[in-house]
Design a protein around this ligand. Structure first.
Ligand SMILES: Nc1ncnc2c1ncn2[C@@H]1O[C@H](COP(=O)(O)OP(=O)(O)OP(=O)(O)O)[C@@H](O)[C@H]1O
Length: 608
């Protein structure tokens, strides 16, 4: 071997070595990434478990907090009756009040309308100094101030629109020992922006004037929640500034992950977590297929409002401002007394619409999420989601505005897969997508009680009896459910998708359904694909099921102006038997197992 050949072979060996080392490095990096994500997940699970234990422990010791042994017990009772005019405390109100008055940090999870405000308003009257209340919306603060004025309780607010002279006056009453100020409401934005406020607050703390800090809608701290607000994390600074002041976080919806996040951000690791009963037994939960055409939807809503809910009050939720305006206009066109409510309305218009809804001039408000916090009308008999909500939190919270008087009320979701695809296309993060998918699962479900799906989501334990046939699934009372064989349908849909691929094209839901029903462009149709005998609404339900089971998938395409969702083949292969639990009135060919034939058919497990 000459010298050149030797050098070449040496070089080749070294290159091999480099390649192998690079591979080893890449493998090690991948293993490291996997190990760190496992570690993170395990840490998260550990703290979730600790939280669960803490809730259990709080439950065990809850009776201690309900006793009448506290120095303030007699005063509490008389203030409840004389100031607030209530006869009794509601579930968990008293425990939370005694705990916070005992200077414990508390996270209180109580459903909408449960009575969270009393839990900081009443202790504010017992302790010297004032309670700092952080609330995300100025409109909510105004509502509370009006109520407190009636009770003759001294309260004030500072936010971006408060005048300089008012701010000065409030700063003086915060620091003055002679002041009667009991509750000071601020927005998180004010805390994040005003250094002067923080320095006044520090002075008050040193003078022992801050009795407690109450943070309303505390789930807004967490990016896991449905309503993250960027100014909420600044509250961590308030916590370190007011080290010895008890904190009280209040929310209507918080999963264990959200509570975990909140605790970390506010340094509330050792707080008591008090959860009030989550179930709203008077609410009837229901999912209905949304009529395929706009006129169909309008006729349906009109019929509901003029017949079933004639003379009754309700809310119709939509997802975008455009939808909200056009639906309200169309319903008004049918002589229904409705008004749109969305974020772009002037505060005065919002107030006017809210007032007219409260006095029943309007039968219903057609609303976006902007119609949310602080809505406290007792006799709302129906909440209809005209478009599926974006998350289980929204579903629970928005539905929860119905039936606050404890009487029966209906919570209806109108399901359309196309609406889901639009939400999924607009999602800006994986978390948002996951949340929308959880709602899709809720809508497609045919077997499990709707209440139990909500309860599982919020990590609550509910028995079937908690539902008491107050959801469409439990009400059906089908003992042995029917299953349909979707194997051929799955193959047909795959063939149609392949057919379009042959033209180098992808199918949107509408095009796929058209091709399936032998309509739309001829080139996408297949003569050997049988036209479905079920309605198009049910066809959407079947496709939704196949999406959830991964026999189909969504592929997003981006244009200059929008995102388009295409339906493509999923990871799961449709060769094996694909079964779906029957839907009422669904007519799918090749019915595999008849209702009541005794065979305990099983839903096919996911293959991923
Ligand atoms: N102990 C009680 N007895 C009777 N009514 C009560 C009691 N506590 C609160 N309420 C009433 O219940 C309604 C809801 O109270 P509140 O607004 O504090 O609820 P919330 O839990 O803050 O609801 P949201 O999450 O929607 O803001 C109010 O009308 C309030 O006056």
């Amino acid at each position: 071997m000459n010298e050149l050949e030797k050098a070449e072979s040496d070089c080749a060996k070294k290159a091999e070595l480099v390649k192998s080392l690079e591979k080893q490095l890449a493998d090690a990096k991948a293993a490291y990434a996997k190990a760190s994500s496992t570690l993170e997940e395990l840490k998260r699970l550990k703290s979730l478990e600790e939280n669960r234990k803490r809730i259990a422990l709080t439950e065990d010791t809850l009776s201690d907090w309900l006793e009448e042994k506290f120095p303030w017990s007699a005063q509490l009772k008389s203030l409840l009756k004389e100031k607030f005019k209530f006869d009794h405390f509601r579930a968990k109100q008293l425990a939370a009040i005694n705990a916070t008055l005992s200077k414990k940090d508390v996270l209180l999870v109580m459903p909408t309308g449960g009575g969270k405000s009393l839990v900081f308003q009443l202790p504010a009257l017992i302790d010297p100094g004032f309670t700092l209340v952080v609330t995300p919306l100025v409109s909510l603060i105004q509502d509370q101030l009006v109520a407190l004025e009636k009770f003759k309780i001294e309260a004030a607010t500072i936010h971006a629109s408060t005048s300089k002279s008012e701010i000065k006056e409030i700063y003086d009453s915060m620091t003055s020992k002679k002041s009667a100020l009991k509750l000071l409401y601020v927005t998180p934005e004010w805390i994040a922006r005003s250094k002067k406020f923080m320095s006044v607050l520090k002075k008050c703390y040193e003078a022992k004037r801050v009795a407690r800090v109450a943070i309303d809608e505390v789930h807004c701290c967490s990016t896991w929640g449905h309503d993250f607000r960027p100014d909420y994390p600044y509250l961590g600074l308030v916590r370190s500034l007011l080290e010895k002041v008890p904190f009280l976080g209040l929310t209507a919806t918080a999963t264990m992950s959200v509570l975990n996040d909140v605790q970390t951000m506010l340094n509330l690791e050792n707080c008591l977590i008090i959860t009030a009963p989550f179930n709203r037994p008077n609410l009837f939960y229901q999912v209905l297929p949304k009529p395929a055409t706009k006129d169909g939807v309008l006729n349906y809503l009109e019929k509901l409002m003029t017949e079933k809910y004639a003379g009754q009050s309700g809310i119709i939720y939509t997802n975008t401002i455009n939808e909200c305006i056009s639906l309200a206009t169309a319903l008004k066109g049918s002589n229904l007394r409705v008004a749109p409510f969305h974020a772009q309305l002037e505060p005065e218009q919002k107030k006017k619409i809210h007032r007219k809804w409260l006095d029943n001039t309007y039968q219903a408000v057609v609303a976006t999420v902007a119609f949310g916090m602080g809505i406290d009308k007792p006799d709302v008999r129906f909440v209809i989601h005209h478009v599926i909500p974006r998350s289980m939190e929204s579903l629970y919270q928005e539905s929860g505005r119905a039936g606050r008087d404890g009487k029966r009320a209906d919570c209806i979701v109108l399901f359309s897969l196309n609406d889901y695809l639009k939400i999924s296309a607009m999602s800006t993060s994986l978390v948002e997508e996951k949340k929308a998918q959880q709602v899709l699962e809720y809508c497609v479900e045919r077997l499990r009680c709707r209440r139990s799906i909500i309860a599982t989501y919020f990590e609550q334990v509910w028995e079937t009896s908690d539902c008491n046939k107050m959801c469409d699934i439990c009400k059906r009372d089908v003992k042995i459910p029917a299953y349909y064989d979707l194997t051929q349908i799955c193959k047909d849909l795959h063939s149609l998708i392949d057919q379009a691929k042959g033209f180098d094209e992808k199918l949107t839901l509408i095009k796929l359904i058209d091709a399936w029903y032998q309509a739309g462009l001829k080139k996408f149709r297949l003569s050997n694909v049988e036209k479905p005998k079920m309605s198009k609404e049910h066809a959407e339900l079947v496709i939704a099921f196949l999406l959830l089971e991964k026999y189909l998938a969504i592929d997003k395409g981006y244009t200059m102006y929008s995102t388009v969702s295409y339906i493509v083949k999923g990871r799961a292969v449709g060769d094996e038997k694909v079964e779906m639990l029957a839907s009422d009135g669904m007519k799918i060919p090749k019915r595999l197992k008849e209702e009541g034939d005794g065979s305990p058919a099983k839903k096919k497990p996911r293959t991923d």
